[in-house]
Write a protein that binds this ligand. Structure first.
Ligand code: SF4
Ligand code: SF4
Length: 434
């Protein structure tokens, strides 16, 4: 791990006290066929078909995938390429709302949850399209089925929410704590795990108190963590809490634990108790120039521009719009881009808040090495990638980079190291497929 812990200011004061506000259905949603880690979905509907909120509209036969559901009631307008917040452009199902906002009849309270087997619960979670909502959007049914030879002894509820600006998980803990805990208990049951740790950064004392009131005993502990970035990165969290090191290229499974975040556990609760697919989520909309920032419950597929308008618009022209947090999120080229399942926030910066141009030359100051939480040499990795030496970048363990962005943050040249890392990962993934 890097020797220096350096945290950017958290900028959470603008939204941390604001209750979650529901935006409701919008006139049109855009639902990309790939919103998760894994195989893309194929459409199960055609233009002109009628759907309701929660109707299955796309799926894949592949195991590593997650089905997609409509987030409004209305009709399928088109299936065509549209802006995508991560992939640039991607095929999407466009649905025009009928304004009635009716739910699919399959969404109903399930009474006999206690009798469900682990396999039945995993199937419900899969059918409801639940994925990790911390950003990576890895299908949850797979995370809850570790290989038999890797026994799990600890479940970690990741409630760190260490990215600056983001407060959606914090609000969810204050407003829906019991449901989050229920979701966590379901995950523990599926994994056959008796011990859980609820990990919350100390900058959320009210959430720590609320969670402790509901559950704090020998088997489920609420722990208060130092606030620093990226405390919430899975491997960092495991190291802090359990003093276990996930090996290079390894997963939490390898050291006996599974980590899920707050919003994912809430989604698990909704899937199992209500049979409700993942078609809406809470995001934080913030930044100095957003007139009415907030924590907003939005339908998946809602366009960023519509959400900014719902938040009162901007006080000046946007210089940069990021989907996700400012450290790990991705700058967008259009406000037509939709919120997808893994979107945790929308952060808008004016001209005065945007740093100088990216990718100046490395002056070998070593600051990035000092702060990298994974103990990598970001400077060497970036230089290898710039020379097209992806083999060398792999030797330098580029695949262990958690894309936290702290190296770029401290770099005096403001070098886009994460952008280079993403490129290398993509190249190495393609090489693997060949
Ligand atoms: S983005 Fe990757 S290389 Fe940079 S500090 Fe984070 S883990 Fe290290
Ligand atoms: S912080 Fe930037 S300039 Fe300094 S060594 Fe790292 S990449 Fe080079």
């Amino acid at each position: 791990m890097g020797k220096t812990r350096l945290s950017p200011p958290d900028f959470k004061e603008r939204t941390r006290a604001l209750p979650i506000k529901a935006m409701g259905a919008v006139p049109e949603v855009v639902l990309p066929l790939l919103q998760h880690t894994g195989a893309p979905c194929g459409p199960e509907v055609a233009a002109g078909d009628n759907v309701k909120a929660g109707t299955l509209i796309a799926r894949s036969k592949e195991y590593v995938s997650a089905p997609i559901h409509s987030s409004v009631s209305g009709s399928v307008k088109a299936i065509e390429e549209k802006p995508h917040p991560i992939l640039g452009r991607y095929k999407a199902i466009v649905i025009a709302s009928d304004g009635r906002d009716e739910q699919d009849s399959s969404i109903q309270d399930r009474k006999d949850t206690a009798s469900l087997s682990a396999d039945e619960i995993r199937k419900i979670i899969r059918d409801c399209g639940i994925v990790g909502l911390g950003g990576a959007a890895f299908p949850t049914h797979i995370k809850l089925k570790p290989p038999k030879e890797k026994p799990i002894d600890t479940f970690i509820l990741n409630a760190a929410e260490c990215e600056p600006f983001l407060t959606a998980d914090h609000r969810l803990m204050l407003e829906k704590p019991e449901r989050i805990i229920e979701g966590m208990l379901i995950a523990m049951k599926v994994l056959g795990v008796k011990r859980a740790i609820i990990a919350i950064e100390e900058n959320k004392p009210d959430a720590i108190e609320v969670m402790k009131k509901i559950v704090d005993n020998d088997s489920i502990k609420v722990v208060s963590l130092k606030s620093f970035y990226p405390q919430g990165a899975e491997k960092q969290l495991i190291k802090t809490i359990l003093r276990r090191e996930v090996p290079p290229g390894g997963l939490p499974f390898d050291v006996g634990c599974v980590v899920n975040n707050v919003a994912t556990c809430f989604a698990i609760y909704e899937a199992v108790y209500k049979n409700k697919p993942l078609y809406e989520r809470v995001i934080t909309v913030s930044g100095k120039i957003v007139k009415n920032p907030g924590n907003i419950l939005v339908r998946v597929g809602t366009k960023v521009g519509d959400i900014i308008e719902f938040c009162g618009g901007l006080s000046e022209e946007a210089a940069k719009v990021i989907v996700g947090g400012p450290m790990m999120g991705i700058a967008q080229y259009t406000l037509e881009v939709p919120v997808i399942k893994g979107t945790s926030g929308i952060i808008v910066f004016g001209k005065s808040q945007v740093k100088a141009p990216l990718s100046q030359a490395c002056i070998r100051c070593g600051r990035c090495i000092e702060v990298c939480p994974m103990g990598l040499n970001p400077s060497a990795i970036a230089q290898a990638i710039e020379k097209g030496r992806f083999d060398l970048a792999e030797e330098y363990n580029v695949l262990d980079c958690v894309e936290c962005g702290i190296c770029s943050y401290v770099c005096p040249g403001n070098r886009d190291i994460v952008g280079l890392v993403k490129l290398a990962k993509q190249k190495l993934k393609n090489k693997e497929r060949k």
